[in-house]
Design a protein around this ligand. Structure first.
Ligand code: FA5
Length: 369
């Protein structure tokens, strides 16, 4: 192509020669047809339709022609440019359709494939009840204490006045660790946390110790070999049974409301003297003691009551073993089964539901119980 032909020299406007226009048009149409992607078509558009393309340059030269030649040259160039523009638009439409079809295949989503989304979990009600119990005591100014699940036999038994030959040692069926003389057991109750705390802290002591405990019990409606207890211990000057009864009453009210029927009865624990047991009315027979098909209630064994926990004034021997002078300080303790508390609070019909790990069981309780 030449530059602007201001003196109308016909030699200089050779680019407007019909054959040259035709050749430029054919080149462009061939390149458009050969473009197999939108990117390639974009490059073709720049070289055959852009400002520096042969047809654009030819168009610019029309102004340099003598007036008599302008109209015909204008028509010729205009037709060629319109043909190229139409071919580009048509190819663009084709290539876009091809692209859309390809994307539909490549990014196909099978909405019938089963979802892999996981349903959200739920905290186990044992955990929720434990926290609520501990919170109730923390609210009254007590502290939370912890101890290990693998416990020294001495702390689990001896320090609690359960010597090696004490008959009460058999009351709690124990998982011993190999070798037998290792002196270690899976703790049978949370009471060793009492001893650990008294050995570490000076009175006054007000602690609550929730945790997992283990016994060689068979799984039935009211027993499981792995269960949870919450232990409460208060050591101070002048504590009496009245304080113990008041603490249990407060605990039961916070936990179960005013309606619940409980009773206390005399009992025996080597580490408390005197000792008592708190029972709640059986949720299955409502205290009648009778089963559905006549005979004894299978849940409470016919007594009409289910044991919630033990309690008592801390035995002087235990205080002394922990370096506390019983002439100066006295104390009370109680230990409750959390699974039993859950049964009482929510009418859970037996231990099986609590240990099976079915998420639907936990979900019923939501985030607060
Ligand atoms: C004790 O474990 C004493 N340490 C409690 C105690 C603490 C007494 C402080 C005095 C002072 P007991 O063996 O009774 O006591 O167990 C306490 C509670 O644990 C029972 O009342 C019951 O609610 C629960 N429990 C006992 N065995 C099981 C079991 N196998 N499954 C579920 N809960 C159980």
């Amino acid at each position: 192509m030449s530059g602007p032909n201001t003196d109308y020299d016909p030699v200089e406007v050779s680019a407007l020669d019909p054959a040259a226009i035709e050749a430029a048009s054919e080149d462009a149409l061939a390149a458009i047809a050969a473009a197999t992607s939108l990117d390639q078509l974009k490059a073709v558009r720049i070289s055959h339709q852009g400002e520096r393309s042969p047809l654009a340059l030819a168009n610019r030269e029309i102004g340099a022609l003598p007036p008599s030649a302008k109209a015909e040259a204008g028509k010729r160039v205009g037709r060629a440019r319109a043909g190229v523009a139409a071919a580009i638009a048509a190819r663009q439409t084709e290539l876009e359709a091809e692209r859309d079809e390809r994307i539909l295949v490549e990014e196909r989503v099978d909405v019938t494939v089963p979802a892999t989304r996981r349903t959200p979990g739920a905290r186990h009600p044992i955990e929720l009840v434990t926290q609520r119990l501990a919170d109730a005591f923390v609210g009254m100014g007590w502290e939370v204490a912890e101890g290990p699940e693998l416990e020294a036999e001495w702390l689990n038994f001896d320090a609690l006045n359960l010597g090696p030959d004490h008959p009460a040692r058999q009351m709690q069926d124990t998982f011993f660790l190999d070798p037998v003389d290792s002196g270690l057991v899976l703790r049978t109750h949370t009471s060793p946390v009492q001893v650990r705390t008294m050995l570490e802290q000076e009175p006054p002591i007000y602690i609550v110790a929730p945790g997992k405990v283990f016994r060689t019990d068979d799984l039935d409606a009211t027993h499981t070999p792995v269960f949870h207890q919450i232990e409460c211990l208060a050591i101070d000057k002048g504590l009496t049974m009245a304080h113990l009864r008041g603490a249990i009453d407060a605990f039961v009210r916070i936990m179960f409301g005013e309606e619940i029927r409980t009773r206390v009865r005399c009992s025996y624990f080597p580490f408390t003297e005197p000792s008592m047991e708190t029972d709640f009315v059986c949720f299955a027979c409502h205290g009648a003691g009778a089963g559905d098909a006549g005979g004894q209630c299978r849940v409470c064994g016919g007594s009409g009551w289910i044991e919630l926990g033990g309690s008592g004034m801390v035995n002087h021997k235990v205080l002394r073993a922990c370096g506390i002078d019983p002439d100066v300080h006295s104390g009370f303790a109680f230990g409750l089964g959390i699974e039993r508390a859950l049964m009482l609070r929510h009418g859970v019909q037996g231990m099986h539901e609590m240990v099976e790990g079915d998420i639907r069981f936990s979900q019923q309780f939501g985030m607060e119980v």
